[in-house]
Design a protein around this ligand. Structure first.
Ligand code: SF4
Length: 503
């Protein structure tokens, strides 16, 4: 690249107007002149000299691209190949920007060796990179291309930092006696690990000798003189093998990442002594939810459970969180609520010992749309999503428990709607007391007692009344002899009278 009369220019070797393999769809391919590599198999050695070809401007590239646009259709576009197009950094930066402004799909065929100071001006405008990976070690690169491998490794590692958000087609030319073996394919997959998540296609191109005559014309030695072309079918077999390896590596990396996240969660969330945790988990098998589960399964999963102690007002999860666990309440209570547009907290449910939450979210893979917070000091057992999905989600007995809990929650929600819909504070208060009695009440001396483990603010959030109205109404009910409150215990003295408000 040079500047002529302040004009940014590059050097063009040739144009191909109907390229079918160098990027998606039909491509107009500009082969730029010059390459720092000297690949033994290069079939375009005439593109290597940086001073060859003819001078071209970005405007001329745009003009030519527009001329051939009708052939490119909806899927095609413009490809820059070479030589090594990234050797023309300033020219390419100007050109790809111009092409993008004119709505062209842009593809660059590169070996990753160029003027990296321009990369952040080039790659935000590139849709596809055809990345030629020549060999898989420092020495092999020197032997095959007479350059070091490191620039390619750096290129792959920094590509996204340069603003590249497109896809990559990885290509490797397979030369018999060099990389036509499984070990090389394994090394190829390891080499491209930094960019594997961007790889859309992995191609093994069989070495051919069609460029051989050009070496004679250029009076250059052809160093693969005695090497036969690569058998196309064998190359295809290696291509299939490499693609399988790539898929396996990507899936393994995804699992490793998931395990790492789960591990981090484990470390983050488990905050209880080992001894205490074991004691709690021992009682795990007695939980109603799990009572019909195969004891062998319970045995297998026990060491993967997380016991978490929450202080009063500590969050278990928040609205918008992913469902990573199903939680079983071991002791204490969790309130489930949302903050309404008027900033008032509306409690939907209060979960106590042996209740569970999160199972529905795991089954439907949906985020929490409410918040779970400890109403008091609480201990929960967390079942990680991986365990739930493997052992629980397909067990009839567990699904039945979840379903029956759903039914109870729907009933509870319907009741809540009814209570909130009425404007009458007596009805709201009576409904709240009876609902609490049904869920948390204890029968004692022929009466029902409700432990008042949550304060008046919580109760008002539950009932849809202001705190003052609720306190006043509870006082009235005491005076009427319907209830008696002492030592944080509400005793129902006249059940029928309270029920009459709801008839
Ligand atoms: S990178 Fe391409 S153009 Fe350069 S020497 Fe190798 S094959 Fe030839």
């Amino acid at each position: 690249m040079k500047k002529q009369e302040e004009q940014i220019t590059g050097r063009l070797h040739s144009i191909e107007t109907m390229g079918l393999v160098d990027g998606p769809g039909i491509r107009t391919i500009f082969f730029l002149q010059g390459c720092p590599l000297r690949c033994l198999y290069c079939h375009n050695p005439d593109t290597q000299d940086l001073n060859g070809g003819r001078i071209i401007t970005p405007a001329e590239i745009l003009q030519l691209s527009n001329r051939y646009k009708p052939y490119q259709g909806d899927d095609g576009g413009v490809t820059f190949s070479g030589g090594e197009p990234l050797l023309h950094g300033e020219f390419l930066a100007e050109t790809v920007k111009l092409l993008k402004e004119n709505d062209f799909n842009v593809c660059i065929d590169t070996s990753g060796y160029g003027q990296k100071e321009y990369y952040s001006q080039i790659f935000p405008y590139v849709d596809t990179i055809l990345l030629d990976v020549k060999a898989f070690s420092e020495q092999a690169y020197l032997d095959m291309c007479f350059v070091k491998q490191k620039p390619l490794i750096d290129f792959m590692n920094q590509l996204e930092d340069y603003g590249f958000h497109g896809q990559i087609w990885v290509r490797h030319v397979m030369v018999p006696g060099y990389t036509d073996n499984k070990k090389s394919m394994q090394e190829l997959i390891q080499t491209i690990e930094p960019i594997q998540h961007l790889v859309e296609r992995l191609e093994i191109l069989p070495y051919h000798t069609m460029g051989k005559d050009k070496y004679e014309e250029l009076n250059m030695p052809y160093l693969l003189e005695n090497v036969d072309p690569m058998d196309k079918e064998k190359a295809k077999e290696f291509e299939v093998y490499a693609n399988v390896l790539l898929a396996e590596q990507m899936s393994k990396d995804r699992l490793d990442l998931k395990e790492k996240q789960d591990d981090e969660n484990y470390r983050l969330e488990s905050n209880i002594s080992f001894k205490e945790q074991n004691k709690i988990i021992e009682s795990f098998t007695d939980l109603p939810l799990l009572r019909n589960l195969d004891p062998k399964i319970l045995n297998n999963i026990q060491n993967q459970l997380i016991v978490k102690k929450l202080d009063k007002e500590e969050f278990l999860f928040q609205s918008g969180d992913d469902p990573n666990y199903m939680y079983i309440i071991y002791s204490g209570a969790i309130k489930i609520y949302n903050v309404l547009p008027n900033m008032k907290e509306q409690i939907f449910y209060i979960y106590r010992k042996d209740d569970f939450v999160g199972g529905h979210n795991l089954l439907s893979d949906s985020k929490y749309w409410y918040t779970g917070e400890a109403l008091m000091d609480t201990v929960v057992i967390a079942i990680p999503a991986t365990i739930f999905n493997t052992y629980f989600s397909n067990k009839k007995s567990v699904l039945k428990e979840i379903l029956s809990q759903s039914f109870a929650r729907i009933r509870w929600a319907e009741d809540l709607i009814n209570r909130l819909a009425t404007l009458n504070s007596s009805v709201k208060t009576a409904g709240l007391i009876l609902r609490l009695a049904e869920n948390f009440g204890i029968k004692k001396n022929g009466q029902i007692q409700v432990p008042m483990e949550f304060d008046r603010a919580e109760m008002s959030n539950f009932s849809g009344l202001t705190r003052d109205s609720l306190t006043r109404k509870l006082g009235e009910f005491e005076e009427l002899g319907y209830i008696h409150i002492e030592n944080e215990i509400l005793t129902i003295l006249n059940f029928d009278a309270l029920e009459s408000y709801l008839d």
